[in-house]
Design a protein around this ligand. Sequence first.
Ligand SMILES: Cc1cc2nc3c(=O)[nH]c(=O)nc-3n(C[C@H](O)[C@H](O)[C@H](O)COP(=O)(O)OP(=O)(O)OC[C@H]3O[C@@H](n4cnc5c(N)ncnc54)[C@H](O)[C@@H]3O)c2cc1C
Length: 552
Amino acid sequence: MFSFQDRSKILHLLNSYSFDVLVIGGGITGAGIALDAASRGLSVALVDMQDFAGGTSSRSTKLIHGGLRYLKQLEFRLVAEVGKEREIVYENSIHVTTPEKMLLPIYKDGSLGMISTSIGLKLYDFLARVRKSERRKMLSKRETLALVPFLKEEGLLGAGYYVEYKTDDSRLTLEVLKKAVEYKAICLNYARVTDFIYHQNRIAAAKVRDEISGEMITIHATQIINATGPWVDELLKKDVPNQKKEKTLRLTKGIHIVLDQSVLPLEQAIYFDAKDGRMVFAIPREQKIYVGTTDTFYEDDPIHPVAEKEDIEYLLDALKSVFPTLSIGFKDIESTWVGIRPLIYEEKKNPSDISRKDEVWTSPSGLMTIAGGKLTGYRLMSERIVDKIVKKHRFRHAKKCMTKKLPLSGSEGLRSSRFEDFLNKKAMEGAKYGLNFGDAKMLAKMYGTNIDRVFELLGKEKAAETLPKSLYAQLLYSIYQEMAYTPADFFIRRTNLMYFNLALVEQTKDAVIDIMSERIGYSESEKLFYTMQLNQLIHDAKGDGNETGALD
Ligand SMILES: Cc1cc2nc3c(=O)[nH]c(=O)nc-3n(C[C@H](O)[C@H](O)[C@H](O)COP(=O)(O)OP(=O)(O)OC[C@H]3O[C@@H](n4cnc5c(N)ncnc54)[C@H](O)[C@@H]3O)c2cc1C
C-alpha cells in the first residue's frame, strides 16, 4: 500500500485502529523508526504533512560519512560507531549508496598537516574497520596534481585519499519507507498533524488533516513520536501539558550549488578548506559536480529555504581559493538546493560548533521527540529509540531489532561485490521493453531489484509519445509504487532531476503534468496549482528565488 490509489483506504485504516506507534514526520528519522518498529512486529502508523523526505532529508550533502569530524575532537568511540554504521547502511542499500573516492588536499598553511592526517586516517581505518580495498593512501604533491591538475599548487604538500559513500537522501528515505510498508506499516504523505488528544493528561491520539482532500482523521497510538526535524519545536507547541521546555532547536542553513563537470572537471570528490577554516565538499554526480555546504543561523520558515547571494558567493570564493585558474562564476551555476539543520540549541556557540549528535527526550505528556542527528546514523538511532519504546511500554510482542542485516527495498539479495554483474544483466533485459542498454542500466541502478516492477509496468503500458521511455518508466513507478502525488514529488524526491538535470525538467514538465493529471485525476484547480508550484521550484532551484536575483 504505497500508491496514491490507496489514499482513502489508508485514511480509513489510520482512523480505525489504535497503533503501537505513531511516527510524525516522514524524513529519514521517522522512516527509520517506522522500519525498525514494524520489522519487530509492532503496529506502526507514519504521517508527513508534505511529501516523504520533503524536509531536510532531500536537501543534505547526500553522504553516508564516517566520523572523521569526531576524530578531530578525539571522540574515538563515536568514530568507531559511526564508521561501522556507514558500512551497515551501505551493504543494506547497495543500489542507493556508492563508494566515492575523496581527496583531502593538504597545504602548508591549511587546517590539516601531512603527518596528523596520515595518522588520523589510519586510526580511522582501524577504528571504523574500513575494508582493505578502501583504506586510506597518502599522496605526494606530484601524485595529487596528477589527479587534479588545476588544484592550487602554491603551498600544496600532498593529500589524503580515502573512501566515503555517496547516497541519494530522498531515495534512501523512500526505500526505508517501502520496506517498512512491507512489514505492514501504514504510511501517508500530505497528512498533517494539527492537534493532540489527551486521556488523563497523557497523549493518546493525533488529529490529522489530509492535505489533499481536507478530510480530518484521528490516529490513536500507545507511543506518539515527534520526528519532525526542523519543525520539532512547532509540534511541541501543540503539546499542551508540555509547559516546561526541555530543549529548543537552533536551525542552521546549508546550501549547495550544482555545476557542469565541464566547468569543474573533477573525477573524484574533494574535501577542502574554505577561507574561514570550514570544510567544503565538491562531489561528482551524473556529469555534474555539486558543491556544499554553508552553515549559518536560520530564523525563517523552514518550509521553503532558498539560496541567497551571499551563500553562493561563499561557495564560489571557496572554489576560487582551491581552483584559482578555473574562474567559476554565477553564470556557471545550474541549480541549487538548501537544507535546514535541526540542531539542539547550545548557548554562545557558532553554527559549525554546535553538536550534530541526536537527542531524544520525552515530554510530561508522554510525547517522545527526536532531534539532531545525521542521515548516516539513522538506523542505529532508530534501533535505540525503538528499544526504549519497547521497554517503556513492555511490548511483549516485539521481537529483537533486525535492521542490521535487513536490506532496504530494492537491495534484497544484492551484494556490493556482484552489483555490477546485476546491473549488466538487467541492462540487457531492458531491450525486451524497448530500453537501450544505458537507460536500462541507469534504471536498474536507481531501483535495484525493484527494476522488475518497473519493467512490468512498462510491459503493460503503451509508450508515451511525449516522454523518453526511461523517464516514462520512472514516472509510472513513482505514481503507482512510490506514492508520488505532485510533479514536484516526481522531479525532486523520486528522481532528483530538479538538481542534476534541470534542462530535462524544463523540457518534459508539461508532459509529466499532463500524465500525472490524467492518471491521478487532478481537478482543474489542482492542476493549475501544481503547475505554478513546479514553476516556482524551478525558479528557486536556479537560484533566482531571492530578492537579489542571485544568478542574474
Ligand atoms: C545542508 C545539510 C547537509 C547535510 N549533509 C548530510 C550528509 O551528507 N550526511 C548525513 O549523514 N547527514 C547530513 N545532514 C543531516 C541530515 O540531512 C538530517 O539530519 C536528516 O535529514 C534529518 O532528518 P529528519 O527526518 O530528522 O528531518 P526531516 O527530513 O526534515 O523530516 C521531518 C519531516 O517532518 C514533517 N513534519 C513537520 N511537521 C509535521 C506535522 N505537523 N505533521 C506531519 N508531518 C510533519 C516534515 O514535512 C518533514 O518531512 C545534512 C543536513 C543539512 C541541512
